[in-house]
Design a protein around this ligand. Structure first.
Ligand SMILES: [Zn+2]
Length: 278
């Protein structure tokens, strides 16, 4: 018994009541032509598995096995990780956060929510992951900024790590990094965000233990891709600000997704097994 949908309510609602167009599960995760131009070269930022320490590879493989275990128990119950966060939340409206009020771990200060943007036909929606200021080492500070937008500061500061794009069946399509205005976070250098991503952990059962274990493991399994997206993100931001010296790059609505990479759990596990056997 495998439930291919999310259960009721199915599909996606807009505030005006129209249901968004169908999704193409096999479509690439890069989001539009503008995006793919910028996206060129992200792959070259992905560190080769052979360059990572054996201990790291083993931790990644353990995370991959954790993901498969989450899938196993969810499938057995006719469930999937996305359906878990939508359950009991009413109609799925674009831009609303699911679950209502987000998911937060008061020990790690990690946070996530699921939602969908308008006009993103290649995915059902995506998870946004964060670490809040309480979970940051003391030496991590936001980058210098003299623009006019107020960033969350002090206890309200938070860093967006990476977004996980999901297909209509509730399985990951890819990972992507975004500009600051997209999630309204505080901006930290990519190297600092990589360190924060290593601390991401949701270690409780609300709204779903398997989904929380899954998302914690996703950020471990795809560590090389996250490193790449964040380093590439900083390069894109730098290039954009040089090309558009009169605009606040962090607020420019023409720069939304800075880069994306596919996220195939099975392929990553196979590659890890090969790297560990070499
Ligand atoms: Zn989003």
């Amino acid at each position: 018994m495998r439930n291919e949908g999310f259960g009721a309510p199915s599909g996606r609602g807009r505030r005006d009541g129209k249901v968004a167009s169908a999704f193409a599960a096999s479509a690439p995760t890069s989001r539009g032509i503008k995006m793919s131009d910028r996206n060129r070269g992200v792959e070259s930022f992905v560190p080769a598995l052979a360059t990572l320490a054996r201990q790291q590879l083993e931790a990644m493989l353990t995370a991959g096995e954790e993901i498969l275990e989450c899938y196993r128990v969810l499938r057995k119950g006719g469930l999937n990780v996305v359906g878990e966060v939508l359950r009991g939340q009413g109609t799925f409206y674009e831009m609303n956060h699911y679950p209502d009020g987000d998911v937060f771990d008061p020990d790690s200060h990690a946070q996530y929510y699921y939602h969908a943007h308008p006009d993103s036909p290649y995915e059902h929606g995506h998870f946004h992951t964060f670490v809040r200021s309480g979970g940051m080492p003391a030496d991590i500070e936001p980058v210098a900024y003299d623009g006019e937008t107020e960033w969350p500061r002090g206890e309200d500061a938070l860093a967006h790590l990476v977004a996980i794009s999901m297909d209509p069946q509730g399985y990951p399509l890819g990972l992507f990094a975004v500009n600051r205005w997209v999630t309204g976070d505080t901006w930290y250098a990519g190297g600092d965000v990589i360190r924060l991503a290593e601390r991401f952990e949701i270690d409780h059962a609300y709204p779903s233990w398997p989904t929380n274990r899954w998302i914690t493991a996703m950020l471990k399994l795809f560590y090389p891709q996250i490193v790449a997206l964040l380093r590439h993100r900083d390069r894109v931001i730098e290039g954009w600000s040089h090309a558009h010296p009169d605009v606040d790059v962090f607020e420019d609505r023409n720069l939304e997704v800075t880069g994306s990479l596919p996220a195939n759990v099975e392929h990553q596990i196979e590659a890890l097994r090969r790297a560990l056997a070499a």
